[in-house]
Write a protein that binds this ligand. Structure first.
Ligand code: F6R
Length: 242
C-alpha cells in the first residue's frame, strides 16, 4: 500500500484528478469506479475544469459507482444518481449508457445486485476505483463485519453512517435505512485503487488503515490484500501516523 501525503485537500484533488485524466488519455476506453460523498467533490470539480479548458474527452469512458441508496428514485435530489449527474456527468461528454450506478429503486434488489456485477464483468472489470473512507473504516457501504468475499449486495446502514450523511438531507427521517453497495471482493477486483482522505475527522481511520492489522471489523483493511492501492491523504488526515 503506497501512501502519498499532500499538504491539503486542494492538493489531494489536483493529484487525484491528474491521475484520472492521465488514465483517460492514455488508456482508452478506461473503466472508472467512482464514489460519492464529500471527499471526491473537489476532484470532480477539477475534472470538469480540465474538460472545459483542455477538452479531455470522456466519450469512451465507462463508469461504475460504488453504491446507491435503496428506495430513492433516480431523480431524487439526494440519490447518488443525482449527485453524479449534477457534479460530474452533466458537465462532461460522457455517454449516458456507459455510466452505471446501482438502481436503488429496483423492485427486485437481489436481481439488481447480480445484474450490476455482470455489467462490471462485461466491461472487463474496473481499471481504477476511487474510494473514500468512513470513520469506522467502511468502504462503499461495507460496514464493519462485512465479509471480504462480498459482492454487490444490499446493506442496512449503521446509525453512524446515516448520521455522517445527514448533512445532505433536510430531515433525519429522510435518510434511507438501506443501500446497494459493491462488495469488498468487488472493490478488490479493481486493477488499481485510489483511497482518498482529507481532514482531521479521517485521521484515526487512516492511522488504523496504515498501521493496523487486516481485520473484518475494519473493512478498509481488506485493501492490504490488494497489490495496487494508493492512499492519498492530506496532512490533517495523516496526523496520527507514527
Ligand atoms: C460513497 C461511499 C462512502 C464514502 C465514505 C466517506 O460512495 O461509498 O464509503 O466514501 O462514507 O464519505 P465522505 O467522503 O463524505 O467523508
Amino acid at each position: 500500500m503506497r501512501v502519498i501525503q499532500v499538504p491539503n485537500a486542494q492538493e489531494m484533488n489536483r493529484w487525484a484528478a491528474a491521475h484520472i485524466i492521465q488514465l483517460v488519455q492514455t488508456q482508452p476506453p478506461s473503466v472508472l469506479g467512482f464514489a460519492t460523498g464529500s471527499t471526491p467533490e473537489g476532484i470532480y470539480r477539477e475534472l470538469v475544469a480540465d474538460h472545459r479548458q483542455n477538452g479531455t474527452s470522456y466519450k469512451e469512458v465507462v463508469t461504475f459507482n460504488l453504491d446507491e441508496y435503496v428506495g430513492l428514485k433516480r431523480d431524487h435530489p439526494n440519490s447518488y444518481h443525482t449527485y453524479m449527474q449534477t457534479r460530474l456527468f452533466d458537465h462532461l461528454d460522457c455517454v449516458s449508457h456507459r455510466t452505471h450506478i446501482p438502481a436503488g429503486d429496483a423492485t427486485d434488489l437481489a436481481a439488481e445486485c447480480h445484474r450490476y456485477e455482470q455489467q462490471i464483468s462485461r466491461y472487463g472489470g474496473i481499471d481504477l476505483q476511487l474510494l473514500g473512507i468512513g470513520r469506522n473504516g467502511h468502504i462503499g457501504f461495507n460496514e464493519p463485519g462485512t465479509s471480504f468475499d462480498s459482492r454487490t449486495h444490499v446493506v442496512k446502514l449503521t446509525e453512524s453512517t446515516r448520521n455522517a450523511n445527514a448533512h445532505f438531507f433536510q430531515r433525519k427521517e429522510e435518510i434511507p435505512t438501506h443501500a446497494i453497495t459493491m462488495g469488498i471482493a468487488s472493490i478488490l477486483s479493481s486493477r488499481q485503487i485510489l483511497l482518498l482522505a482529507a481532514g482531521h475527522t479521517k485521521a484515526e481511520a487512516i492511522a488504523r488503515l496504515i498501521e493496523g492489522p487486516v481485520d473484518a471489523d475494519f473493512p478498509a483493511s481488506a485493501l492490504k490484500q490488494h497489490s495496487d492501492v494508493t492512499v492519498l491523504a492530506d496532512e490533517s488526515a495523516c496526523q496520527h501516523l507514527a
